[in-house]
Write a protein that binds this ligand. Structure first.
Ligand code: GAL
Length: 724
């Protein structure tokens, strides 16, 4: 990961007269000397171990957001005491409060936050503090309009909402750096402060990318570092076509659909997405470094929107102590199964996010969980009674170290009125979500009482361990050039992920830096961009006894996004033991047919006709179109493992499920057959079954198990936990 060097240490801010006023006025000489010495040695202060922050026996801490600045100070004491009474263990504050922390340039006011932190401590609540950089104050944007982001139509965004700061702007970073430093100095040694959240959902929401002058410049610098010469860039971007050739890096602009007559160059787009994700990670790191330099024994995170693809959470894995995210399962329009799905959310997607975030650096949790109806969906239905509790326990089962809900009080004014909190608008009566949080807090106590350190993972569960290989770059490339409007990368991935959960398998969604050999099963869906090194690792994995499953589109291109000057997906042909003769796509609403054993499946998104080589078995054939009888999926043995290639995406995922089941069966690994949406996981010695389906389900509890809460028969939104 490349890093940009910014004049972001305190020395340079003090030397710069534009930034010195506020600080210098308030520092005497001795302090100034200390500051300069400190900044000359930017090393982080000694920090605790992760197990000190997140004690294994506590498993998952539960807490809530509170915005003291939005409520009358006379109510803080009551509110914070009530938060404790609900069973909360921590309280989250400070987010978006820049205008209160620095009401005028260089004048900092933390007295109000001191009082709120002290009230939390009095009530034995830990505190998570948040840097306020997602909400620049009006004085800043009026003085420096260049800190505002620019959208794809070249319009500068305005004050009056949030996330409108341009984190590529050096000026913005200086101001952010100063407020973060002041905040960290104030609370970095405060024993009541447990950890830090950086910014809020680092993103520009629906505006996605910044196209302003600072971004243009930094993108060019990045390209020059990457390619060294413009000839190399021209080669990799394929600019010979349409006379796109550049003569120097200074001529390049961010590929912007609003400035172009036709489709942007796909290689330029891929590089822009790479740069933007790295730039966002750099901004997170910039704040994390400042926090670490000024705090002691406090952990650091940011709250990602995990599947929001302009940002890449794994890129921040080394910079954060814990990776957290925001989760709002019911806001209308979700692709959730069953009659009650719109009130329950999609358990499979939720589980996918846990399994994606957990392996990044080992510590993870939900920083914002929906507490009830929200205000921003296309339609904002009520969650089913019990659904909030269901989501909390899914987070527990997924291994979360913390679970925080957004928010304690329902706002009575401002952009988020209508958003439920843990209490009703009167500020004191627990809402349905508040009661479900209180229930979960009581259950966490039951679980902690029954906790046994180092409980071994049950053998049957362990035997099913599967990894799904994910690289956001594949998603960027496919989403940018789908080739069929029916293509949806996440849906494709979920057609592999959800069956694994219905088999009762523990899954990690991993990136390429991880060791594949830890998993008996490795699924590599639609992995479009490959290189020889990756193909060799996959080959070695199977040779060494792993069961490898690849799907459509895998290996079509190199990492630049070029097709191979060879057979289609040539680098994987030897691995899968087949040639990929052609691919086909059907316009809506047409469907094609596939046959496997005695079953028939429908496809519509993507199909590939395969030509198996000697030693490779055809698993399924197409049953119509002019290529009826040709192969749709193959499998082969390789060394002591197997390789399976699935050449079609089915409409409902049943084909993928049945192919996967065959892979497990041939490996002699017994699987469950849960309805999609009954998700059962094991954690720290506890089994937890969460029912996201619209009907009653039976938990797979063995006769000698001890039910800790819930019951054998689980209603929709029900949860059962047991120990064996
Ligand atoms: C999140 C955001 C919060 C709040 C919440 C409302 O996406 O991070 O600040 O706006 O939505 O549901």
């Amino acid at each position: 990961m490349r890093r940009f060097i910014f004049p972001n240490n305190l020395t340079s801010r003090i030397e710069n007269p534009r930034f010195s006023r506020g600080i210098v006025q308030r520092l005497n000489c001795a302090l100034l000397l200390a500051v300069v010495l400190l900044s000359a040695a930017p090393a982080a202060l000694p920090q605790a171990k992760r197990s000190d922050y997140f004690k294994p026996a506590e498993m998952m801490k539960i807490g809530v957001y509170y915005y003291p600045e939005a409520w009358s100070p006379e109510q803080w004491e009551r509110d914070i005491a009530n938060i404790k009474k609900l069973g909360m263990e921590f309280i989250h504050m400070g987010e978006f409060a820049w205008t209160f922390m620095e009401p005028e340039e260089g004048r900092f006011d933390f007295a109000w936050l001191d009082r709120a932190v002290a009230l939390a401590a009095k009530n034995n609540l830990k505190v998570i503090l948040c840097t306020p950089s997602a909400a620049p104050p009006i004085w800043l944007v009026r003085k420096h309009p260049e800190v505002l982001m620019t959208d794809l139509r070249g319009r500068r965004m305005e004050h009056g909402s949030r996330s409108h700061g341009d984190w590529s702007s050096e000026v913005y970073r200086r101001y952010v750096g100063r407020v973060v430093t002041e905040l960290a100095r104030r609370y970095g040694n405060n024993k009541n402060v447990w950890g830090w959240q950086i910014d809020n959902e680092p993103s520009h929401y629906g505006r996605n990318y910044d196209y302003g002058a600072a971004s243009q410049t930094k993108f060019r610098v990045w390209l020059e570092r990457k390619y060294k010469t413009v000839d190399a860039l021209n080669r990799d971007w394929g600019t010979s076509f349409w006379s796109e050739r550049y003569q120097n890096f200074g001529q390049i602009r961010i590929p912007n659909p609003d400035e172009l007559v036709q489709r942007a160059n796909p290689h330029a787009v891929l590089d822009f997405y790479r740069w933007f994700a790295e730039e966002t990670a750099d901004y997170i790191r910039f704040q994390a470094d400042l926090l670490r330099q000024n705090s002691r024994n406090q952990w650091i995170t940011t709250n990602f929107m995990p599947l929001y693809s302009p940002v890449s959470p794994p890129a921040s894995g080394k910079d954060l102590d814990i990776v957290t995210w925001t989760l709002y399962p019911v806001a209308g329009g979700q692709n959730s199964d069953g009659a009650l799905g719109f009130r329950l959310g999609d358990g499979g997607s939720m589980s996918f996010i846990h399994d994606f975030m957990r392996p990044i650096n080992g510590a993870h949790g939900i920083m914002e969980l929906q507490p009830g109806q929200v205000n921003w969906g296309s339609v904002n239905p009520q969650p089913l009674p019990g659904a909030v509790h269901l989501w909390i326990m899914r987070a527990f089962a997924g291994g979360s170290n913390l679970l925080c809900t957004y928010r304690y009080r329902q706002p009575l004014s401002g952009s988020e009125l209508y958003h439920k909190g843990l209490v009703e608008p009167d500020g004191v009566t627990p809402s349905p979500g508040g009661r479900e949080f209180a229930q979960a807090a009581r259950e966490m106590e039951i679980l902690r009482k029954n906790y046994k350190a180092n409980a071994p993972m049950p053998i049957v569960y362990r035997a099913r361990r599967a990894a799904l290989l994910y690289n956001v770059e594949n998603r960027w490339d496919m989403d940018n050039h789908k080739q069929t409007a029916r293509w949806n990368t996440m849906e494709h991935l979920l057609k592999y992920y959800k069956p694994l959960k219905s088999f009762g398998a523990p899954v990690d969604v991993i990136t390429e830096d991880k060791d594949f050999s830890a998993y008996p099963f490795l699924i590599v869906p639609a992995y479009q961009l490959v290189d020889a090194g990756l193909v060799k690792r996959l080959t070695d994995y199977a040779r060494g006894g792993g069961h490898l499953v690849l799907s459509t589109r895998t290996g079509q291109k190199d990492r630049r996004g070029h097709l191979w000057e060879a057979a289609w997906a040539a680098p994987i042909n030897d691995l899968i033991g087949a040639k990929i003769a052609a691919y086909d796509l059907l316009p809506e609403p047409l469907k094609g047919q596939i046959k496997m054993n005695d079953a028939q499946y429908e496809w519509g998104v993507w199909s590939e006709t395969l030509e198996p080589r000697a030693g490779t078995t055809a698993l399924a054939v197409y049953a119509d179109q002019y290529y009826a009888g040709q192969t749709a999926a193959v499998t082969r043995r390789l060394g002591s493992g197997t390789v399976t290639y699935v050449g079609a995406e089915s409409l409902n995922g049943n084909f993928e499920r049945d192919v996967l089941r065959g892979v497990f069966e041939r490996a002699n690994v017994r699987t469950e057959n849960f309805d999609a949406g009954l998700i059962v996981d094991w954690r720290d010695g506890f089994w937890v079954a969460t029912n996201f389906t619209s009907k009653k389900q039976t938990a797979p509890i063995s006769p000698n198990a001890r039910i800790l809460f819930g019951s054998r028969e689980i209603e929709p939104a029900g949860v059962t936990a047991w120990a064996e």
